[in-house]
Structure formats: C-alpha cells, structure tokens
Write a protein that binds this ligand. Structure first.
Ligand SMILES: *Cc1c(COP(=O)(O)O)cnc(C)c1O
Length: 378
C-alpha cells in the first residue's frame, strides 16, 4: 500500500520523514496572519499527520480525517463534536466498553441522553429516533460477540431524519468494510490495532464523509487539544504498508482455529462472523470482504477454578487487552457489565482470542491441551 508518501517533497525518500517540531516558524507577518498558512503549530498538524490522514482518508473513501493520540480520543472527539445538552443519542449495545463509560459518565453529565439499542435492530432503529436524536453511534462487528449491524439500513433511517451516523470501524481496519460508502458520516478507528499492528503504538483516527462533517470533527479535535505524536504517526503509516498481508494471515488463521474449536468438548459456542450459524453471517457476507483475527469462545458453564485452569494452561495466549498485533492473546470478557439493552444471560464464561501470525497447528495444539484440563476440572 503506497498511500501517504511524497518522495518528490523529500529528496526521493521512499518514506516521509518524521517532523518532530512543535514550533513552526513563519517567514513574514503576512504569513503569520494568513489563516490558510499550511502548518501553524505542532498540535494542529504537520507533514507526517497530513500524510497519515491523507492515507486513511483515501482508504476509507472520505473527505478528510483527524488523527488523535488513541482510538478512544478519536471516538470522544467525534462524539463531543456533534452533540449538545438536550440531545439524545443512540449507541449500539455491543460498543467497546470504554466508549460506553464515556457516554454514561461524561456525555450524560453534560446533558446528553444516551440510549442503547440492540445491534441487530437494522431498519427498526427508525422507531427509536426522536426529534432530538443527534447521533447514532454504531460499532460493527461489536465488541466481545461481534454482532454485525445492518449499517446500510441504519444509515438510511438516520439520513431520513437528519441524524449523524458514526461507526467504530476498528474491526475492519478500514480494509474489510467501507462505512462511508454505506452512508455513514464518520468512521473511527483505533489505529493501535491492525494499522500499527505490532502492539507498540497508541493512535486513533476519524474520517468524515463531507466537508461539512469534517469541519465539525476538526473543530472538536482542535478545541479539545487532541493530537498524535509524530513518531506514532510514522509507525501508523509504516503499518499501512503491510496491513493487507497481516490482516489476511490473521483472518485465515482465526477461521481455522474457529472451525476447529466448534464442537470441541467444553465449548458451548464460538462467536466468529464467518461461521455460517453466526447471527451476523449473512450481513457480513453482503458487506465485508473478509474477517479479522478475532473470535470469542463461550465456555460450557463451569467453576471459576476450571475457567482459571483453562486460561492459565494456555502457553501461546497470554492474558492481555488490545488486539491486531502480530501475536495471539486472550482477554476475559465481563459481559454483564458490557450490555444493558440486551442483558447478558449466558452462564458460561466468555473469552476473546486474537489470533496472530503464528502457525495454527501450534495454536490448536495449545487450545486442545488447555480444553482437556478444563474438562478435567469441570
Ligand atoms: C481498542 C479499541 C478502541 C480504543 O482504542 P485505543 O487506541 O486503545 O484507545 C476502540 N474501539 C475498539 C473496537 C477497540 O477494540
């Protein structure tokens, strides 16, 4: 992927250099007083943020992008830019938990009413839209259980009522799904995941579909002082060079592991969009060009001790948050806290796996021995 480069501007260098400057000097008073002067101050943008934002804008097919220090800061910049006291917003129930905390603990303090909706609601969202609904915030596939939303139907219902739509598009890495082409106004990503791709960078980005929505988004970023570090932006650009290969390998590996896991002793259910019995499978097939490396295992109901034995017996899946790196990792999910519109009723423990670039035979062997120990403890 060759986006976000400009060898002509930099003596032929194939990668744009990192501009590590907060101070930007001006040749004249006229230049200083000209609002269109290209770079003004480090926080407000520099050549490397431009290149990264241009690349993501092209990938997502938008008008313009902002970058931020984390995925969550890109999310909060987008949300705060488009709401005011007295507004109502609709948020998918399977949203990334810190997004839920921000809505509940921050937006509500500023007089915004937050309502969660069933991610599988589709066009039925029309019934929940009120006259003061300002934003519909999607995340698809959702966190933990990967519920695939009918983005097309939700965006159409929103458009009919003049409601802004946003989506957390981190799962697709901007590669597997193009929300703006499906009518969404703002597509947000945690670039910490597949874009950076090596578990070593915190970075966020949000792309707007039009000049109007971009102006609002950009103003919010400036007002809150959001910005990303030049070195991290460089790493984000570097990640883009190999993202399609890494994403494909992780996705192929995860599907193999998911298929193997289905029906194993101790496994109640596997959440993975490419499995034919998955609730979102049909819409995923309609809208997405592939799947990433995530899957979740709903274990059979068991004692906490048995769950602990399963998790701690795994050699190749350390416990950790984040995903989208080169490595496999496991994160326990606490679903009762993560759902409200559709309370979590399953008894088994849910663990999310990210499948990295390792050999799947090794991963399956590891899961097999850990499931055996789980069975012995249950
Ligand atoms: C990790 C994650 C985020 C937050 O990203 P940070 O860069 O860690 O702030 C947001 N949305 C989803 C879906 C994520 O998985």
């Amino acid at each position: 992927m060759n986006l976000g480069r400009a060898p002509d501007e930099y003596f032929g260098l194939v990668n744009p250099p990192v501009g590590r400057s907060t101070t930007i000097t001006y040749p004249s008073l006229d230049a200083y007083e000209n609002p269109a002067h290209k770079y003004r101050y480090g926080r407000l943008g520099n050549p490397i943020s431009d290149k990264f934002e241009q690349a993501i804008t092209a990938i997502e097919g938008g008008f313009g992008a902002i970058s931020a220090s984390s995925g969550l800061s890109a999310i909060t910049a987008a949300l705060t830019g488009f709401v005011k006291a007295g507004d109502h917003i609709l948020v998918a129930d399977s949203v990334y938990p810190p997004t839920r905390f921000f809505c509940n603990d921050v937006l509500s303090r500023f007089g915004v009413e937050v309502e969660y909706y069933d991610p599988l609601i589709g066009g039925g969202i029309a019934d929940l839209i009120r006259d003061n609904t300002a934003v519909i915030y999607m995340e698809s596939p959702g966190s933990g259980t990967f519920d695939v939303q009918d983005v097309l139907a939700i965006a159409a219902a929103a458009k009919a009522r003049g409601v802004i739509t946003m989506i957390d598009n981190t799962w697709s890495a901007g590669i597997l799904f193009k929300p703006l082409a499906h009518g969404v106004n703002i597509s947000i990503q945690s670039a910490t995941k597949y874009i950076a791709g090596h578990a070593d960078v915190s970075l966020g980005v949000a792309v707007a579909d039009s000049e109007e929505s971009f102006k609002t988004l950009r103003k919010s970023m400036e007002d809150f002082g959001h910005c990303a570090a030049p070195d991290d932006l460089y790493m984000g650009l570097r990640g883009l060079r190999t993202i399609t290969l890494r994403l494909k390998q992780s996705g192929d590996n995860a599907l193999k592991v998911a298929q193997w896991l289905q029906g194993q002793d101790g496994v109640q259910k596997i959440y993975h969009v490419a499995l034919e019995d998955d609730a979102g499978h049909e819409i995923w097939k309609r809208d997405y060009t592939g799947a990433n490396g995530l899957l979740s295992i709903l274990l059979q109901p068991a004692s906490k001790d048995a769950v602990r034995t399963f998790i701690e017996s795994l050699e190749l899946f350390p416990i950790g948050s984040s995903w989208g790196g080169y490595e496999s990792i496991l994160q326990p999910q606490y679903m009762k806290k993560a759902r409200s519109a559709q309370p979590w009723a399953e008894e088994g423990f849910l663990v999310r796996l990210h499948i990295g670039l390792e050999d799947t035979e090794d991963l399956i062997e590891d899961l097999s021995q850990a499931l055996k120990k789980f069975g012995e403890k249950r």
